[in-house]
Design a protein around this ligand. Structure first.
Ligand code: 6PG
Length: 240
C-alpha cells in the first residue's frame, strides 16, 4: 500500500492526473479499462483533468466503467455518470463507444446482471475474474466504498461481478462492484479528501480495533498495488 498525501484537493487532482497519464503511457496501444468512483470527491479532480490534461492524455485508449452507480436515470443529479459527463466527458474529446455506463434507469437486479456480463465481454479476465487496469474508489464517512455499506458488507464476498446495494439512509438502490471485482484489478486507487474522512482513514490504515467492519478496509488488491491519494485534511489523524 502506498500513501500519497498532498496539501489540498487541487494537489491531489494534479498528482492523480499524472498517475493516470503515466498508467496510460505504460501500455503501448492496448485499451485501458478503468472503473470510476462517484460521489463528490471526483468532481474537482475531473475538472482539473479536463482543464489541464485535455490534450496531454490519449483519452482514446481509455474504456470507462463505474464501480458503482445510483439506480436513477442518466439525467438525474444523483447519477455518477451525469457527474462524470458534467465535470469531465463533456469537456474533452472522448470516444462515446468507450463509455460503458450502468443503465441506472433499468431494474436494479437485471442491470447488475447485464453490467456484469458487459464487463465479462469488454474487460480481459483471468481465473479470478475481470482484470481492470485501474479501479478508482472513494470512501464514505461511514467507511463504505463503491456502494458496499457497513450494513450490507456481506455483498463484498459475493461471487457476482456486480450486486445491488441499498443506501442505509435514503434506501436508494445502487449497482456496485463486489469485493473480488475490486481486488482482482491490476491497480486500485483511493481518492479521499476532507476532514470528515480522517477518523475512518486512521482506523482503516492503522488497522485499529473493528477496522474490518468497514468495507473500505477490505480493499486489498491481489496485485498489492493499492495507492491512497489523500489531502492533509483526510490524513490529519495519521502519524506520518
Ligand atoms: C457514490 C460513490 C461512493 C463515494 C463515497 C465518497 O456513488 O457515492 O461511489 O462510494 O465514493 O461515498 O463520496 P464523497 O466523494 O461524496 O465523499
Amino acid at each position: 500500500m502506498k500513501l500519497k498525501v498532498y496539501p489540498d484537493k487541487n494537489e491531489v487532482a494534479k498528482a492523480f492526473s499524472e498517475y493516470l497519464k503515466e498508467l496510460l503511457a505504460t501500455t503501448n496501444n492496448k485499451p485501458i479499462h478503468v472503473a470510476l468512483s462517484g460521489g463528490s470527491t471526483p468532481k474537482a479532480i475531473f475538472d482539473y483533468m479536463a482543464e489541464n490534461y485535455k490534450e496531454s492524455i490519449d483519452w482514446s485508449k481509455l474504456h470507462l466503467y463505474w464501480g458503482d452507480e445510483r439506480c436513477v436515470p442518466p439525467t438525474d443529479s444523483e447519477s455518477n455518470y451525469k457527474m462524470t459527463v458534467d465535470h469531465l466527458l463533456s469537456k474533452i474529446n472522448f470516444p462515446e463507444e468507450n463509455i460503458h455506463r450502468v443503465l441506472g434507469e433499468n431494474d436494479p437486479a437485471q442491470e447488475a446482471v447485464r453490467y456484469g456480463k458487459l464487463i465479462e465481454q469488454q474487460v480481459p479476465v483471468d481465473e479470478d475474474g475481470p482484470l481492470f487496469d485501474l479501479v478508482i474508489l472513494g470512501m464514505g464517512d461511514d467507511g463504505h466504498t463503491a456502494s458496499i455499506f457497513p450494513h450490507n458488507i456481506e455483498l463484498w464476498e459475493s461471487e457476482q461481478i456486480c450486486e445491488v446495494a441499498t443506501h442505509p439512509e435514503s434506501g436508494q438502490k445502487r449497482v456496485t462492484f463486489t469485493g473480488n471485482t475490486i481486488n482482482n484489478a491490476k491497480e486500485v486507487a483511493f481518492l479521499v479528501t476532507g476532514a470528515s474522512k480522517k477518523e475512518k482513514v486512521k482506523t482503516i490504515i492503522n488497522e485499529e480495533d473493528g477496522f474490518e467492519k468497514f468495507p473500505a478496509a477490505l480493499v486489498a488488491p491481489y496485485s498489492d498495488k493499492l495507492t491512497w491519494f489523500l489531502d492533509e485534511a483526510a490524513a490529519n489523524s495519521l502519524e506520518l
